[in-house]
Design a protein around this ligand. Structure first.
Ligand SMILES: Cc1cc2nc3c(=O)[nH]c(=O)nc-3n(C[C@H](O)[C@H](O)[C@H](O)COP(=O)(O)OP(=O)(O)OC[C@H]3O[C@@H](n4cnc5c(N)ncnc54)[C@H](O)[C@@H]3O)c2cc1C
Length: 439
């Protein structure tokens, strides 16, 4: 059974087509070349979240299409992460629904192993996204979602490397009852404006462009930020004999990745079953102090709330140390305060010191891109592009969000399961039968 009805040609000039309700997206009528009616769900994004939803919908016989701006699945992991990256959490907390990691994989799979897992996941469940198709706008017309897309003809469109996507002129609209937003919490790099950036003679890059420390030996590199990426980039640079400094301008919880022979994350999950979050935090901080010492003395002060409580209140994740703290203690990585401004050959810090640097790496995080394309304001916040309600996965009119709960891949699996159960129920209520064709 072919689930999709595609109409090519200038539908905009078809009087019947024009009589249909159309949302006021501001997209000129003449621009629409192809309309594809999807009887099930349109999923935007082919990262772990998008392919998990696709796999489960396919298995339940619900029609769907996955739209992805890059030319591959899991583009964040493939194109915007560093070579030494391993999953931060043990593999049992990172697997997608329906398929565990191979037993042969280590406790913390490498980036390449994770990609291998995702590739075989997509193959096993026949998830075949439409690649190089960027969603530029989406809006509900009172009956269906209209998802406006253009082909990406050059550039990954993922924002890395300053690479801008070049979009084709053909506009394809996908129409569906259900829209699943799977564009991720890390869709676009955050690049802060730093005074004097224009006059700095060295190289400035975002951490999404950093692959490894080759070529940095002997160079003075300033890493801006103190999250997981910043700490690991510093460690990698140090292992490649670069002279790394790390800007810490905020408080942050650093915990060892493992404590008492267990993963810190696993231990916290276990303890939270029995004790209050405050008691668990007290225990974690006591153990962290015994293992890595007082981080404040290294220039990395802790927030006043404990790590688990802070995570629950603000979504801020503790950093899991894999060796950076030891390098800071040995003086191989320097901790420096916030930047006042960039100078021609270096940086002036807020404490008045000026230090020369060859490279500045901005490990300043990522942001959601939902406000740029989704014309909806009730469920998603315009401010940060996340659902307004924490852990929110279901909005109005068949709108869903997967992977926005700030709980990593564990949250992705939970959202995907909830969403698919909901859509399958509605699909059956509407009297649809199994659909074997997904594209
Ligand atoms: C360096 C790093 C390390 C991490 N390590 C871990 C870890 O160890 N464990 C963990 O649980 N989590 C980790 N995370 C968080 C991680 O991002 C998520 O867990 C996971 O990738 C989320 O998957 P996702 O599908 O929601 O988003 P993504 O993987 O970001 O996928 C979103 C997809 O949507 C596509 N897209 C975006 N906008 C559009 C558009 N307009 N049109 C079409 N397609 C679009 C993107 O190209 C992308 O392919 C890490 C993140 C980073 C940056």
């Amino acid at each position: 059974m072919d689930c999709f009805a595609e109409t090519e040609g200038k539908r905009a000039h078809d009087p019947l087509y024009n009589q249909q309700r159309r949302p006021a997206t501001g997209v000129p009528v003449d621009d629409v070349d192809i309309v594809v009616d999807v009887p099930g769900a349109v999923i935007v994004g082919a990262g772990p979240a998008g392919i998990a939803v696709g796999a489960m919908l396919g298995l339940a016989g619900v029609a769907y299409v996955v739209l992805e701006r890059c030319g591959c699945i899991a583009s964040l992991w493939r194109h915007r992460t560093y070579d030494r990256l391993c999953l931060h959490l043990p593999k049992r907390f990172c697997e997608l629904p329906l398929m565990p990691f191979p037993i042969s994989f280590p406790e913390y799979p490498t980036r390449d192993q994770f990609l291998q897992y995702l590739d075989s996941y997509a193959r096993r469940f026949s998830v075949e996204p439409v690649f190089r198709r960027a969603v530029i706008s989406a809006e509900y017309d009172g009956d269906s979602w209209w998802v406006y897309t253009r082909e990406v003809i050059a550039g990954a469109g993922a924002g890395a490397g300053g690479e801008q996507a070049v979009l084709g002129s053909t506009m394809t609209v996908y129409r569906s009852k259900w829209l699943v937003v799977a564009t991720g919490e890390n869709a676009e790099p955050v690049v802060p404006e730093i005074e004097g950036a224009g006059r700095f003679r060295g190289q400035i890059m975002h951490s999404s462009e950093y692959r490894n420390g080759e070529g940095y030996a002997g160079k003075r590199v300033l890493v801006v930020g103190c999250g997981n990426s910043a700490m690991e980039v510093c460690l990698d640079l140090c292992n490649h004999n670069a002279r790394a400094s790390m800007v810490v301008r905020d408080t942050v919880h650093v915990l060892p990745r493992e404590m008492l022979g267990q993963s810190t994350f696993g231990l916290s999950v276990l303890l939270l079953r029995w004790f209050s979050v405050q008691t668990v935090d007290w225990l974690l901080l006591l153990l962290a102090h015994l293992v890595i010492g007082d981080t404040a003395r290294l220039g990395i002060p802790r927030p006043s709330l404990g790590p688990m409580e802070l995570k629950a209140v603000s979504g801020k994740t503790p950093v899991l140390d894999v060796g950076t703290i030891a390098k800071i203690k040995s003086g191989n990585i320097k901790v420096v305060p916030a930047i006042q401004c960039l100078r021609e050959h270096g940086v002036e810090f807020v404490d008045g010191r000026t230090v020369d640097f060859d490279v500045v790496i901005l490990a300043t995080g990522y942001k959601s891109n939902v406000p740029y394309w989704l014309k909806e304001k009730e469920f998603f916040s315009e401010k940060d592009g996340f659902p307004r309600k924490s852990n929110g996965w279901k909005g109005q009119n068949g709108l869903y969000a997967v992977g926005f709960s700030r709980r990593g891949l564990l949250g992705v699996s939970k959202d995907a399961t909830n969403i698919v159960e909901d859509i399958v129920q509605r699909w059956r209520d509407m009297g649809y039968e199994r659909c074997e064709t997904k594209k």
